[in-house]
Design a protein around this ligand. Structure first.
Ligand SMILES: Cc1ncc(COP(=O)(O)O)c(C=O)c1O
Length: 371
């Protein structure tokens, strides 16, 4: 039986042909395809300005810069995420202030945010783990009341929504990733949704070394930008992917429903929130019972031909963060989930039979491990 990875992109033949066309066109870096991709992303985001970038990380970095976050500022975020979401805060010269997660949603616990706010707090950077957004009404109510900026790490949440409105169509600054394992991909890539047109010139400068051109030969630099433009090759992949967004999301939701029907509840795993309205089901993650060693589970599943991922260990327990003063015991939910969370296969090309195979192998392996 073929190996079943935990994720795999679906790229159609038209997209592959379209990429070949771009490669033959003589213009392969940022050009007309990027503009077309940005226009399509903007339509998805209720007409708001969107700029394509080289990575989701760059979208967060530029988002922090656009919100004027820098030295001495504090940014409230979650310890249960890909490390990019807090590394960018350090890179900005600011300090991440972690707030523990809600053990049900595995996202930042909105109930705990207000008590983490200090005189230095400038922003909240929530992460929508596995594509499940936080309560955006409540998030923006807290931010508005306390005069804080919001940089949404929606890296995993393209295609998700909050009460009928797509993530990205409302709010402050929203960062998406189009990395290969995301719901739509450009191989590597990202985008930032801006609050209004006034942010566009600085955003465009920041993504390309701070350069402004004028006249036939004029050039100036008044801000130290980065190099974070997307290529036309990548944008063409993204345009092909966007055509399938609704179908991909529908399929992911159907597969997630299948997991809920078939995953053996008696094994003692914690399942995700069964949300079929808001989440794009970027991942299907279970928290393993305390007596199941995750590393052994992953190895046994691999022997059974099934890939299992780890998203993610708690950030504050990485050496870098420990060296900055964080330690075990500070965020108990994130720590426990970070030790035991396992990502089971979920991607649009999977079949119901694949889900059944995963559930069957998980049942056999976890039962044996618990004996
Ligand atoms: C939650 C989260 N934040 C940020 C990123 C960074 O995105 P990229 O890998 O495109 O830089 C990712 C990507 O894995 C992510 O999952």
């Amino acid at each position: 039986m073929d190996f079943l990875p935990f994720t795999r992109p679906t790229i159609d033949d038209e997209t592959i042909a379209g990429v070949a066309e771009v490669l033959r066109s003589g213009w392969i870096t940022s050009g007309p395809k990027v503009k077309e991709f940005e226009a399509a992303l903007s339509r998805h985001c209720g007409g708001r300005p969107v700029r394509a970038l080289a990575t989701g990380t760059a979208a967060l970095e530029i988002g922090l810069k656009l919100a004027s976050i820098g030295r001495g500022d504090e940014v409230i975020t979650t310890p249960l995420s890909w490390v990019a979401s807090s590394n960018v805060i350090l890179q900005a010269g600011a300090s991440p202030v972690f707030v523990d997660v809600d053990p049900m949603t595995r996202n930042i616990d909105l109930d705990l945010i207000e008590r983490a706010i200090t005189a230095n707090t400038r922003a909240i950077l929530p992460v929508y783990l596995a594509g499940l957004p936080v309560d955006l009404d409540r998030l923006y109510w807290i931010a508005g009341k306390r005069g804080l900026r919001v940089i949404e790490d929606a890296a995993q949440a393209f295609g998700s929504s909050w009460q009928g409105t797509p993530v990205g169509a409302r709010g402050d600054l929203i960062a998406f990733s189009f990395h290969a394992n995301k719901n739509i991909t450009t191989a590597e890539g990202g985008a930032i949704v801006l609050p209004d047109e006034s942010y566009v010139p600085l955003c465009e400068k920041l993504r390309l070394q701070g350069v402004v051109r004028f006249g036939e030969d004029g050039m100036d630099v008044d801000v130290a930008g980065v190099k974070a433009n997307l290529t036309d090759v990548a944008a063409r992949i993204g345009l092909g992917q966007l055509l399938h967004l609704d179908k991909f999301t529908e399929k992911r939701r159907a597969l997630a429903r299948r997991y809920f029907e078939r995953f053996d509840a008696s094994l003692g795993c914690e399942l995700p929130v069964a949300d079929f309205e808001n989440s794009n089901w970027h991942m299907f993650q279970v928290v393993l019972p305390i007596d199941v060693k995750r590393g052994d589970f992953i190895a046994r599943m691999r022997e059974a031909g099934i890939g299992v991922g780890v998203h993610y260990p708690a950030i504050h327990l990485f050496s870098l963060y420990r060296s900055l003063g964080w330690h075990e015991g500070q965020y108990p939910h994130a720590e426990r989930i970070g030790r035991a969370i396992a990502t089971l296969p979920l991607f649009p090309a999977m079949s119901d039979a694949d889900v059944e195979r995963v559930c069957e192998s998980s049942r056999t392996i976890i039962r044996e491990m618990l004996q």
